[in-house]
Design a protein around this ligand. Structure first.
Ligand SMILES: Cc1ncc(COP(=O)(O)O)c(C=O)c1O
Length: 397
């Protein structure tokens, strides 16, 4: 029997509560592609969704079900699907909810491959994307029309930590048309810091490659929503359109990492706050983007909708791209690599790496200048990271 609790740290360990025949504490890995039927009638009944039970791992697997139960509980949704990657979660969701001739309103500042999917690929299938500044209510109201099916945002956004008011965005979208699905990518915040569904969003997507797994050893994603929407995404976006299902081995790793989410997030956030304050005073830095700083444009909204301010920081090095590259190339404790949410601190240059899918004009419109460096603050001693950044920043001219 699953332990019922609202407490995050207890719930994360007890929400699933699956018991196998041996009483294993840890969820077994069901490494099977298919499941045996007792009869043709039983197989037919399962395919017709008239009888519960597993059919084939692309459509469901007990190890993944256990993980999905925990994910739904953490985000406060009715159901979840674990996916093969964050992009698998995003594309399976969008392919399910949109058709040719319909429109998406999306924030201009998105993870580079999400932007690329919207800007250059979805548009090939007759879907129109209206990129706006989602934090500007007037732009949102002006962009909505009778063909709008999806409003899509990240908050904090990748890579510049832009904050959008989730409750206000959902209120505007739903008062225009209650059928519009507001989709929030909650990768940067995680449900430990922010629960978009409780603020009015309809669907949450994640790159679980990042904080949810938290160990840098796995590519995975997740979608969380109401039961009906999750059923649709499973049976259309996952089963037929992308096949982006998570394998049972990966579900095991994901669950193993997820158990320590609250501990890790506290440490990531506290260290990031300290490092952001240090960076803000540095003479070689033009601007620091961290929602916990009073100087951040979205600080008040972040204070309302987030528990803490996250482990991601971006900053603009004076002198543009070349100086930013000098700093990124000079770190010794931190590591020059894309991705985020790992135990190790990672540094990247967004314009030439994760956001190289944006052209120069799009980068400027999205607030991603050439001097911007993105930091994923890891679990090292924050003072070691400050010393490392100090010596790296000394290399900037
Ligand atoms: C905010 C955000 N969403 C989605 C993705 C895509 O996730 P994945 O790399 O797991 O496919 C990323 C990857 O960096 C991301 O940062």
């Amino acid at each position: 029997m699953a332990h019922k609790t609202d407490d995050f740290s207890t719930g994360i360990l007890h929400a699933g509560g699956m018991k196998d025949q041996y009483g294993a504490l840890i969820t077994p890995i069901y490494n099977t592609s298919t499941f045996v039927f007792d009869s043709t009638d039983q197989g037919a009944a399962r395919f017709a969704l008239e009888e519960p039970g597993y059919i084939y791992t692309r459509i469901g697997n007990p190890t993944c079900t256990e993980l999905e139960t925990v994910l739904a509980m953490l985000e406060g949704g009715e159901a979840a699907i674990a996916t093969a990657s964050g992009m698998g979660a995003i594309t399976a969701t969008i392919w399910t909810l949109i058709s040719a001739g319909e429109e998406i309103v999306a924030d201009k500042t998105l993870y580079g491959c999400t932007f690329e999917f919207f800007q250059h690929h979805l548009s090939r299938f007759g879907v129109k994307i209206n990129f706006i500044d989602m934090s500007n209510e007037d732009e949102l109201k002006a962009a909505l029309n009778e063909r709008t099916r999806i409003v899509y945002l990240e908050t904090p956004a990748n890579p510049n930590l832009k904050i959008t008011d989730i409750a206000r965005t959902a209120e505007i979208a739903h008062s225009f048309n209650p059928e519009i699905k507001v989709i929030c990518d909650n990768t940067f915040a995680t449900p430990y810091l922010q629960k978009p569904l409780s603020l009015g969003a309809d669907v949450v997507v994640h790159s679980a490659t990042k904080y949810l797994n938290g160990h840098g050893d796995l590519i995975a994603g997740a979608v969380i929503s109401d039961q009906e929407t999750i059923n649709q995404i499973l049976l259309v976006g996952i089963k037929d359109m992308t096949g982006a299902v998570l394998a049972p081995n990966e579900a095991y790793l994901f669950m193993r990492g997820l158990k320590t989410l609250s501990l890790r997030m506290e440490r990531h956030c506290n260290s990031a706050m300290k490092i952001a304050r240090y960076l803000e005073k540095h003479e070689k830095i033009e601007k620091v983007f961290y929602p916990g700083l009073e100087s951040h444009e979205g600080h008040d909204i972040a204070s309302r909708q987030m528990r803490l301010y996250g482990g991601m920081i971006s900053f603009i090095v004076r002198g543009g791209r070349d100086n930013a590259a000098r700093v990124a190339d000079s770190v010794k404790v931190a590591t020059l690599a894309v991705s985020l949410g790992a135990p190790e601190t990672l540094v990247e240059h967004a314009a030439s790496m994760t956001h190289s899918t944006y052209n120069d004009e799009e980068l400027i419109a999205a607030g991603i200048p050439g001097g911007l460096i993105r930091l994923s603050i890891g679990l090292e001693d924050p003072d070691d990271l400050i010393s490392d950044l100090e010596q790296a920043l000394a290399q900037a001219e």
